[in-house]
Design a binder for this molecule. Structure first.
Ligand code: HEM
Length: 230
């Protein structure tokens, strides 16, 4: 048993092990995003937010979702912490790497700026959680209209009244797309998925996903601004 534990600890602390953690947590977070985007599509329903508020109420009260939230926090935590460890390690072992390895020739820029783009995503996430999750949970600026707390109104006023927030969301979604493109490709590599026929196809699916999902999110602030002005 001790041998297995030692092997496990050694593996998850190796560079490959950490890359595996990045890939697996990344893929897990992607599945959350699909659910998040799908649920948020209810914002587009023309019923004054009734469906969206009922959905948000369900999400915040269901025991299953509360359990899933623990995994979500762990997933985000591990993804961010491992990214930080890998970046620090890469800097330590290759202090002058950029002097001779010519990364501008050897790796795509989405890969070279992954740390920068990831940091922007982290800032976005913190701001985002404050705007919606925190205010909803602690009932700040969230009136109760009808049966549930009016999260729809909070989303609407956030995007319409503070235009810079909408700009921030839209710009962040461009970075998010870049983060996904590279994340998806390097996951395939780390997990050893290399098939003559299927890998190029999977890469195309990844690219499509990296365009559609951030676009779906970016359309939300645009929609509220559009409805308000026209
Ligand atoms: C315009 C786009 C978006 C809108 C309108 C939106 C809306 C919301 C709302 C209303 C909540 C609080 C209620 C809830 O928990 O469901 C929330 C929570 C959350 N959002 Fe978003 N979201 C957007 C984009 C994103 C993106 C791109 C990410 C990830 C990169 C993200 C990650 C999260 C997380 C982690 C939570 C907390 C979930 C939980 O604890 O259940 N959201 N979002």
């Amino acid at each position: 048993m001790k041998r297995v534990t030692n092997w496990f600890v050694k593996t998850i602390n190796s560079t490959l092990g950490q890359k595996m953690i990045m890939s697996l947590t990344g893929l897990f977070l992607i599945s959350f995003l699909v659910i998040h985007l799908t649920g948020n599509l209810m914002l587009f329903k023309d019923d004054g937010g009734a469906s969206f508020n009922a959905y948000a109420h369900f999400m915040s009260t269901s025991s299953f979702i509360k359990l899933a939230e623990i995994f979500l926090v762990l997933g985000f935590g591990m993804h961010i912490y491992t990214a930080w460890r890998l970046t620090r390690y890469n800097k330590q072992v290759r202090p002058q790497a950029y002097a001779y390895s010519r990364p501008e020739v050897n790796s795509p820029w989405t890969a070279r700026y992954m740390g920068f783009v990831g940091s922007i995503m982290l800032i976005f996430l913190l701001i985002h959680l404050y705007h919606f999750w925190f205010k909803y949970k602690f009932q700040i600026e969230v009136p109760a209209t009808g049966d549930y707390k009016d999260l729809y109104l909070l989303v609407q006023t956030t995007f319409v009244k503070e235009w810079w927030i909408s700009v921030l969301y839209i710009v962040s979604m461009v970075f998010f797309g870049l983060h996904l493109v590279h994340g998806f490709e390097s996951s395939l590599q780390t997990l050893g998925i290399q098939h003559k026929k299927y890998t190029p196809m999977l890469k195309k699916v990844g690219l499509l996903f990296a365009i559609i999902v951030p676009m779906g999110f970016a359309v939300m602030p645009l929609y509220f601004i559009g409805v308000y002005w026209w």
